[in-house]
Each structure stands twice: as structure tokens, then as C-alpha cells.
Design a protein around this ligand. Structure first.
Ligand code: CA
Length: 360
């Protein structure tokens, strides 16, 4: 029995080696693809755009220049917030951005970026890769002709820049704040007027007092935007975005036309970029934070516990309300919640316990 299996295997191996089983792999490998990838990021946007360009270059090298991906920043080929449509319609083959930008079309997409008081980068990776999250995401994007991949994570963001100190939840009332997504909905419940502004508009709005507060990313990116010149109180933690996932999308037909080896290259390079971007954020943020404090005299403050507690309560309320409005949102919310419960239980005796131990 064993011997027969061995002979069968050996024969198959020989056939494969001789390229006799099928001519398809040889043809596939020589086929060339010239793809376009559009992003939601400004040109030269560090880490985000940089990471996408590295991804494209890696694939070009791995495929021996047979799969070439030209990368365009937001507005260069299509407007930043039309990348979803452009990839969905096949105008271009790939896009990079964040799933919560498409909340207007797919409210449930927000779970694949960040949920206020939700899972951090480690939890999101576990849910997406190993907890069924990515399969769910792919199912939800399929009607839009898209295949999504996790590709980047900022880690826990900062809570934002405030012109005035926040001592209680009452201090939030009436503030105009740039804060997108579910975080904005939660803030609205606390009496904030959430405003949507693109990265390029934030500084001027804050400087002129059109808005009283803004969140952006973290010290590294916030410093580059010069936000410390317009507000001096820099709050943490970014309760609203505890580990936002960035997404790569691929047009479904384009994906299906690719030979398997190129599909694996994309999957692998996206996972590598996912780790690369998180490492960049982790490595660069603290240095910028020190400079903000020392050189620019920024006051770095923790949100008071009462404010956090109230925002947490309002988050649960918001999520329940949104789940009542949309069936897919409700379905993903359930899946997210149930994974999160086990993740939290493990986190309690691993990461959280370790963080506590370090402080003793
Ligand atoms: Ca943000």
C-alpha cells in the first residue's frame, strides 16, 4: 500500500517536473499584468502611502516584473473617497484605504476598521485571520465585486487635540470636533457636533476656530500636520480608534483572472505590509510625542475616568442602535462581540496582566 502510494507520488512528481501534467502553469507564469492601485491617502503620506508603495514594489520583485502595480495617491487618478467604486467597477484593479470610509454604503464595514472601545491591533488580527472575521468581510464585500485584505494598522490612536481642557463630560457639550465614524456618533450623544473634514482641511479649521477639537492619527502624523500650533491639549487614549485596520481591496474579476501563484504573492505581501505598518507606527510615535511635549510645550493629558466611563456607556448605546437599523451590521456585531469576549478573557491574563505587572 505504502509502496504504491510512493510510486504514484513519485510519478506525479516526475510529470510535474517535466511540465507534462498541464501546460497551464508555464503559460500563467509568463502572462503579464499591469495593474493600477488607487489609495485614499495624500501623495507621500508617510507609513500609509509609503507602505502601499513598498507592497507594490515587493510584488513586482517577487513576480519578476510580471505583475506590475502602479500606485496612485488620492486624487491622482480618482478622488480619494471614490476608490471603493473605482475598484468595484473595475476602473482599476486595486484600492487601499479604510473600510469605515464606506459606512454610508455598508454600515457593517466599520467593524473591519475600528469600533470605539473595541479590539486593539492584536485582537483585530486574531479575529480577522483566525476568528472568521476576514471570511465575513469577504462575504460582505462580494456583492460589491471586491476581495478585501487587512493591510496595515495604526495601533491605538490618540484621543485628539482640544483647545480647552476636558475635565468632565459636560465640557464636551457644544464642542465642534472633527471625528469620523462610530466615534463621531458616540461624541454626538455626549453633545459634541461631529464634523467631517479631510486631513488637508483640519489644521486651518482648528487654527481659525471653525472647530474646537480634532482627532487625527497619532503623534507622528499629528506633528507633521502642525496641530500643536492650533491646540495645546493633547488627549489620550484614542478610545474611538483602538487599532484601526487599513484595507487592501482587489476587484473580484481581476482577482479571479490571476494565476494562483500571484494570488499568493498578493495575500503574502499584504500580510507583510500589515505587520510593517504597525511596526512603523509603534517605532515612530513616541519620538514625536517627546518632541511635542518638550519642543512645542504640548500638554499631554489622559481623559478623566468619568469621561471615559460615560463614553463607553454611550458607545454600547450607539452600537445597539446601529444594530437595530441594519441587518448586516447586527450580524457582524454579533460575530465581533462573541470573538471579543474570548479575546478579552485571554487578554486579561496575558497582555493586561503583564501591563499591570510592569507597573508594580
Ligand atoms: Ca483617527
Amino acid at each position: 500500500m505504502k509502496r504504491r502510494d510512493f510510486i504514484k507520488k513519485a510519478a506525479g512528481g516526475a510529470l510535474l517536473a517535466a511540465g507534462a501534467t498541464t501546460a497551464a502553469p508555464a503559460i500563467a507564469a509568463s502572462k503579464r499584468f499591469n495593474w493600477k492601485l488607487v489609495t485614499t491617502w495624500p501623495p507621500n503620506f508617510p507609513i500609509f502611502q509609503e507602505g502601499v508603495e513598498k507592497f507594490a514594489k515587493d510584488i513586482e520583485t517577487m513576480s519578476n516584473r510580471r505583475l506590475r502595480i502602479s500606485v496612485f495617491a488620492g486624487g491622482e487618478l480618482v478622488p480619494a473617497l471614490q476608490t471603493f467604486d473605482a475598484v468595484s467597477q473595475g476602473t482599476v484593479q486595486m484600492g487601499h484605504g479604510a473600510a469605515y470610509y464606506w459606512a454610508g454604503k455598508v454600515p457593517a464595514a466599520q467593524f473591519f476598521t475600528a469600533v470605539p472601545f473595541g479590539m486593539n491591533a492584536q485582537g483585530m488580527n486574531a479575529w480577522l485571520y483566525k476568528g472568521g472575521g476576514l471570511n465575513l468581510w469577504r462575504e460582505i464585500y462580494k456583492p460589491f465585486n471586491l476581495v478585501p485584505f487587512p493591510m496595515g494598522n495604526t495601533g491605538v490612536q490618540m484621543g485628539g487635540w482640544f483647545r480647552k481642557k476636558i475635565n468632565s463630560i459636560a465640557d464636551l457639550k457644544g464642542l465642534k470636533m472633527r471625528i469620523p465614524g462610530l466615534g463621531g456618533k458616540v461624541m454626538a450623544k455626549a453633545g459634541v457636533n461631529p464634523v467631517l473634514l479631510s486631513g488637508g482641511e483640519i489644521y486651518t479649521a482648528l487654527e481659525r476656530g471653525t472647530i474646537d477639537a480634532t482627532e487625527w492619527v497619532g503623534p507622528f502624523h499629528d506633528q507633521r500636520l502642525g496641530l500643536y500650533r492650533a491646540a495645546k491639549h493633547y488627549y489620550y487614549p484614542g478610545w474611538h480608534e483602538p487599532g484601526p485596520v487599513l484595507e487592501l481591496t482587489c476587484n473580484l474579476q481581476a482577482w479571479n483572472e490571476l494565476p494562483k501563484e500571484y494570488q499568493i504573492m498578493i495575500e503574502t505581501a499584504a500580510a507583510a505590509a500589515n505587520a510593517w505598518m504597525l511596526a512603523e507606527f509603534e517605532a515612530r510615535n513616541l519620538e514625536s510625542l517627546q518632541e511635542l511635549k518638550q519642543k512645542y510645550k504640548v500638554e499631554v493629558l489622559e481623559f478623566p475616568p468619568d469621561v471615559i466611563r460615560e463614553l463607553k456607556r454611550l458607545t454600547d448605546e450607539t452600537l445597539e442602535e446601529e444594530a437595530g437599523k441594519d441587518q448586516t451590521f447586527r450580524q457582524v456585531y454579533q460575530a465581533y462581540k462573541s470573538f471579543r469576549e474570548t479575546n478579552d478573557a485571554w487578554n486579561d491574563i496575558s497582555e493586561a496582566a503583564y501591563a499591570k505587572a510592569l507597573k508594580l
